[in-house]
Unconditional design. Structure first.
Length: 118
């Protein structure tokens, strides 16, 4: 069985040459091996984003944020996916979290459904 590092390398290589569906397959194998591997979730989120599969991208990005809520890149990526999915309020909130982290601050995850969209 390939290691997580090997799968990430294959997934990143496929992503780099535009084989997006192939990269998704590799990144899904990564998170199957280690569901707590934040880089795998983030990579999956970005590959799905590039495939215009925004809802799936958001779900993978949210999982990455649960694992590491203070990762600026995860929040920036989530902001992009929310924006592409026409979820402006969520995009702005994710972007704000990315900025807070970039300034050296910390963020916490909102409670699920604490502020349901109106």
């Amino acid at each position: 069985m390939p290691t997580i590092d090997e799968l990430m390398d294959e997934g990143n290589g496929a992503l780099a040459i535009g084989e997006l569906e192939e990269s998704v397959k590799y990144f899904r194998q990564v998170i199957e091996q280690d569901p707590q591997f934040q880089d795998g979730w983030h990579a999956l989120s970005m590959a799905l984003y590039k495939l215009d599969r925004y809802e799936e991208s958001i779900e993978a990005g949210k999982r990455a944020a649960e694992i590491d809520p203070n990762n600026q890149f995860v929040w920036s990526s989530l902001s992009l996916a929310y924006n592409a999915n026409k979820q402006k309020a969520e995009a702005e909130a994710a972007g704000a979290k990315a900025r807070i982290i970039s300034w050296g601050g910390k963020v916490k995850l909102d409670a699920p459904n604490a502020n349901p969209p109106e």
